[in-house]
Design a protein around this ligand. Sequence first.
Ligand code: PEP
Ligand code: MG
Length: 271
Amino acid sequence: RMDLLVNAAGVEDRAAIDPASCDGIGLMRAEFLFRDGAPLPDEETQYRAYRRVLEWAGGKPVTIRTLDIGGDKPISGLTPEGEANPFLGLRGVRLTLAREEVFRTQLKALLRAGVHGTLKVMLPMVTVPDEISRSAALLRACHAELSARGVPCAIPPLGIMVEVPAVAVAPELFGAAQFFSIGSNDLTQYVTASSRDDARVAALNDPSHPAVLRLIAGVVRHGRETGQPVSLCGDMASEPRHLNALLDAGLTSLSVAPARLAAIKAAIAER
Ligand code: PEP
Ligand code: MG
């Protein structure tokens, strides 16, 4: 049995998917709320957006990722200017931990939305366990603040993206993660030292490189030993040509682009 979830990046994606056709949302990229040049969305705006997604899912799990900007996704005023190496700089959870007020606003919106469905929250670009403990502490502090004001809220499970090689090589350090979701786009970029958005090195940026597949299989094995659920939400999950390798690695949960759901279902049925 495979769990097949979908990735969503905005309201339009949701409208295009029938919740009955999948097992939930495996990756909601919240960046669509943060537009370059526009004011940052406040707690209420974010709460309403997350709540709509959870209500749409009707009880099926929805994994919303905390703000993953920086790297390929700059937002002026929030991401640093003039980084020599933005993909190795202040991006994902590194940035939100450095901009605590922005992180707190999102966490409070998520905590409030959590009462409207089955929410999970996922941290991008985790490199060391301390990033999970600091984020979990903030989540608890925001929960305490909302509860003291009598605002309905619920603490969701907190998991991490596995997209930095340090995590994929040593998953045993991350016992605090309640689940793992392998981000094969960034993992491939960092393992093969080839940019995900440079056509000249596209041939090297190959998620089926044995080194990448070995790391994926290791994370799956580790999750099976510890009981930490493992899924994969990078673009390779949407490509039928990678399906055999992912199933051989032991994955039983994939999150795919909505437009590819039917093709992946057909490929699984054929196997
Ligand atoms: C990934 O890195 O594989 C991933 C799913 O996240 P994003 O493509 O948004 O960086
Ligand atoms: Mg990524």
